[in-house]
Design a protein around this ligand. Structure first.
Ligand SMILES: NC(=O)c1ccc[n+]([C@@H]2O[C@H](COP(=O)([O-])OP(=O)(O)OC[C@H]3O[C@@H](n4cnc5c(N)ncnc54)[C@H](OP(=O)(O)O)[C@@H]3O)[C@@H](O)[C@H]2O)c1
Length: 306
């Protein structure tokens, strides 16, 4: 990439959100470089996207990957602590990335966070995100912080795997009462919002949320209907449901559900009090994709640790 060409950096362009942000930037004629943990993964964008490894332990190289970029779209995060990649490590890595972007002269950061991120959250996922939001607000760059609830789309894990479980097992365990709320947002709507936010100069923080709010058990029921599941829905104490999720996780060699996700969901952290930003309805998307959702188990460990 020539040094006089304006370009954008997207973390994780071969992943989920980063892929749709990249697609959108390319469709607007922008040049993109990705920084990724999988620089050798099949590049669906061919020569249109250049690739650099994360290099968190070599900040000088990270600065080089970012030098000349106008905007950094950051999706980097971990869903749970696993082996050496703990939440604390992910916070440290993200701070390294932010510092490298400042040093490289990046003007704006569009950072994907989560609804209700807070430094004082009891949940490490939300707490780490809160810490990083503060770091970004104090950085030299102008910022847009985008806070999605739970995403849905073709590469989705949570909703896909609910469908997978409903298709395969005669019973499905809902945590507790199932009355807590969830407000899923379409990944392409989040990407659209992120890319729009990248074009402004003001600092902004906004929730990225879909138009439908479900009680969790109603969403499970809806997915069950769409995939013609006859599974009986059981309401279990969260710890018991977590225990069963570990058993199934053992079968598929993955972490299906984490304690943070269970209690975050049950504390209504995946619903926003703000007006919807996305227009795509989960109910419509499920109808359009009923044949393919949940056919294949989507593995978090398979995606990030192989
Ligand atoms: N998915 C959701 O439902 C959801 C909901 C709310 C907020 N968010 C936020 O949205 C952002 C993007 O999420 P996503 O689901 O689209 O993620 P993703 O594409 O699977 O991953 C995003 C980036 O993080 C890296 N990464 C993920 N897990 C990792 C691990 N265990 N070790 C090392 N690197 C790892 C990926 O590395 P590679 O480049 O190597 O793939 C990629 O660069 C995250 O900040 C997340 O917190 C997601």
């Amino acid at each position: 990439m020539g040094s006089n060409e304006e370009f954008h950096v997207v973390t994780g362009a071969f992943g989920y959100t980063g892929k749709y942000i990249t697609q959108r930037l390319l469709s607007l004629g922008k040049k993109v470089r990705t920084i990724t943990g999988h620089p050798n993964r099949l590049n669906p964008f061919g020569g249109k996207v250049s690739i650099s490894p994360f290099n968190f332990d070599n900040p000088g190289e990270l600065v080089k990957s970012l030098r000349g970029a106008t905007t950094l779209y950051n999706t980097y995060w971990v869903r749970f602590s696993y082996k050496q990649v703990t939440f604390d490590k992910a916070v440290e890595n993200t701070k390294t990335l932010i510092k490298a972007a400042e040093e490289a002269g990046v003007r704006r950061i569009v950072h994907v966070s989560i609804t209700h991120a807070s430094e004082s959250s009891p949940f490490p996922y939300f707490r780490g995100k809160g810490t990083l939001e503060k770091t970004i607000c104090q950085s030299d760059m102008s910022y847009a912080i985008i806070r999605p609830t739970v995403l849905f789309g073709h590469e989705d894990i949570l909703i896909n795997n609910i469908a997978w479980l409903l298709r395969r097992f005669p019973l499905f365990a809902v945590l507790g009462s199932g009355n807590y709320q969830i407000q899923p947002v379409f990944v392409e709507d989040v990407a659209e919002l992120a890319v729009k936010a990248g074009q402004y100069e003001e600092n902004m923080t906004m929730d990225a949320v879909g138009p439908e709010i479900y009680a969790f058990h109603d969403m499970v029921q809806l997915i069950a209907e769409k995939v013609h599941s006859k599974a009986r829905i059981l309401y279990l104490r969260p710890e018991l449901a977590l225990f069963f999720s570990r058993l199934v996780g053992y079968l598929v060699n993955d972490v299906i559900l984490t304690r943070d996700e269970v209690y975050g969901l049950m504390s209504n952290l995946l619903v926003s009090g703000n007006p919807p930003t996305g227009k795509t309805r989960l109910s419509d998307w499920l109808s359009d994709n009923a044949e393919r959702i949940g056919i294949i188990y989507a593995s978090e460990l398979g995606r990030h640790y192989t």
